[in-house]
Design a protein around this ligand. Sequence first.
Ligand code: ZEM
Length: 291
Amino acid sequence: SAGQAVKVKTNLVPTKEDYQKVYNEIASILEDNDYDDGSYGPVLVRLAWHSSGTYDKDTKTGGSNYATMRFEPEALHGANAGLQVARGVLEKVKEKFPWISYGDLWTLAGVCAIQEMGGPKIPWRPGRIDGFAKDATPDGRLPDASQGSDHLRNIFYRMGFNDQEIVALAGAHALGRCHPDRSGFEGPWTFSPITFTNDFFNLLLNEKWVWRKWSGPKQLQDKKTGTLMMLPTDYVLAQDKSFKKYVKQYAEDQDLFFNDFSKTFSKLLELGVPENQWVTPEPWVLKNADE
Ligand code: ZEM
């Protein structure tokens, strides 16, 4: 009758359940037997990291908020070579869930990939908004694998991390591989590149590493099989006294590594997002697809 309000389900603000649906959709597209080691997981972790690792704590610029890697020139920054693959597979998810921002989608994909590949739960929350090309940061904010410990500290201290956090994050190199047509480097770090483990630290400490003789960029290979690799920046973690302390701890204690990685990766993904944008005061823990 006249004057009576009609109740319409509006659902303007997506809920935790809505994001769980996106998570589940990402989980369902991870596997592809024709790609690399059979999973997009590693390259999705790298996308989440590169979209966040541009943060500078002094100017409060960069980070995952605006997903500026969608635009040139950031898409063409040397460090981001190959990440069009990750952005491409996530376009299919974006089509099904057009309401999610790119920054939320890319970071959620990193969380999903870690969890689905056997890693720890990564607390995550939505709130990033899409920005513009003008929000992009200059080239050179991500680490250069050919350099040493001073460079690593300069880059990661700028984001607000300490030595322990640098080592914890570097443990992500248990996953995936280097591609000659992306970075110039070649090969995987571990024998199980689509399972999240502390093997990066075990191998770094316990294998004998020798410089590879080849025409490509300087990298190390394991003396025993010659099939595994370490970047110069990985190798310094076992040389530098302060870094090495944590490498040892994480090699000995998988739970400690999983815990510290979870905290630090979660922190990385939140860099540069203004506090008032978060839709929840505390990050959520999303369920694995098989839970
Ligand atoms: Zn990586 N990383 N990374 N990294 N990374 C590569 C691949 C992957 C460095 C680096 O130069 C490279 C972190 C830190 C650092 C992953 C995750 C994380 C590659 C190979 C290089 C060269 C790219 C290629 O050719 O495809 C350097 C110097 C780092 C400083 C410490 C952090 C932090 C990460 C996440 C927390 C992952 C998962 C890969 C594998 C990607 C793939 O496609 O398999």
